[in-house]
Design a binder for this molecule. Structure first.
Ligand SMILES: Nc1ncnc2c1ncn2[C@@H]1O[C@H](COP(=O)(O)OP(=O)(O)O)[C@@H](O)[C@H]1O
Ligand SMILES: [Mg+2]
Length: 248
């Protein structure tokens, strides 16, 4: 089992889009996939067609429910939904000893090929729980001003977690999304990424594609909604890279 966090402390960089469509690609090649929505905005849960007023990840983390009761099965994958009230659960976790290990404990011994975690746009204890549970983390990124500042913060946090809590944690790669190399910011961000020895880039870039925006509104993956689209091709290619990288 490989656990992958999709993380960036900026909102709107493509975390949810990546989690959903990468999972759909992995499940279409026969992998058993679990999605975890760790964002109180619940975008992933809604896009996957999960009910967000039932049992949720916050209750699982504080021990108010068990794993079997919180997992929802869909036609493509299993999902543990978020809740709009997730932040109050994050506060409760914060006050407990070893607050970073709650998700890791819940995933131990589970029988999936891949677990993909859609992180909130912050580096609080929910993201720490995600990284402590993960083999790799993927950072979707756009070529705009300040994109790079957030990346430094994520890399710093991941190094601390690797050192103190989860030695297997590694950067899977930066995933350039809607990235326009022709803009000044695009060029600046790209050359900074290439010159940073701690940074890896996926070969695949996710191009701007309106179908990627539309498919979530219809609670479908890009492969169901527009199988011939650029978005479908890009996520298929990312899926191949992830399979090679993880050896699963
Ligand atoms: N490659 C893309 N092409 C077109 N729209 C995209 C693309 N990636 C993301 N979007 C849209 O941009 C918005 C933010 O993406 P989202 O995945 O929700 O980001 P995050 O989860 O990081 O906040 C959404 O409306 C999404 O549909
Ligand atoms: Mg999101």
């Amino acid at each position: 089992m490989k656990v992958i966090s999709i993380t960036n402390n900026k909102g709107g960089t493509g975390k949810t889009t990546t989690t959903l469509n990468l999972s759909a690609a992995l499940s279409s090649v026969g992998k058993k996939v679990l999605l975890i929505d760790l964002d109180a905005q619940c975008n992933l849960s809604v896009a996957a067609g999960a009910n967000i007023s039932g049992r949720h990840i916050g209750e699982l983390l504080v021990g108010e429910t068990d794993f079997e009761s919180v997992v929802i099965k869909t036609r493509n994958f299993d999902i543990i939904p978020a809740s709009r009230t997730l932040l109050s659960y994050e506060y409760r976790i914060n006050s407990e000893p070893d607050s970073g290990y709650f998700l890791h404990e819940q995933l131990e011994g589970k029988n999936y090929d891949f677990v993909l975690i859609d992180c909130p746009p912050s580096l609080g204890s929910l993201t720490v729980n995600a990284l402590v549970s993960s083999d790799i983390f993927v950072v979707p990124m756009q070529g705009e001003n300040f994109a790079y500042v957030g990346l430094d913060e994520i890399l710093q946090l991941s190094l601390k977690i690797k050192k103190r809590m989860n030695p297997k944690l590694d950067l899977g790669g930066i995933l350039l999304n809607k990235f326009d190399i022709r803009t000044k910011f695009g060029q600046m961000v790209y050359s900074k990424l290439l010159s940073n020895p701690n940074v890896k880039l996926y070969k695949t870039q996710i191009r701007q594609d309106v179908s990627l925006m539309e498919c979530t509104a219809f609670a479908q993956s890009i492969f169901e909604y527009a199988p011939e689209s650029r978005g479908a091709k890009d996520f298929e290619s990312l899926c191949i890279e992830i399979l090679e990288q993880t050896n699963i």
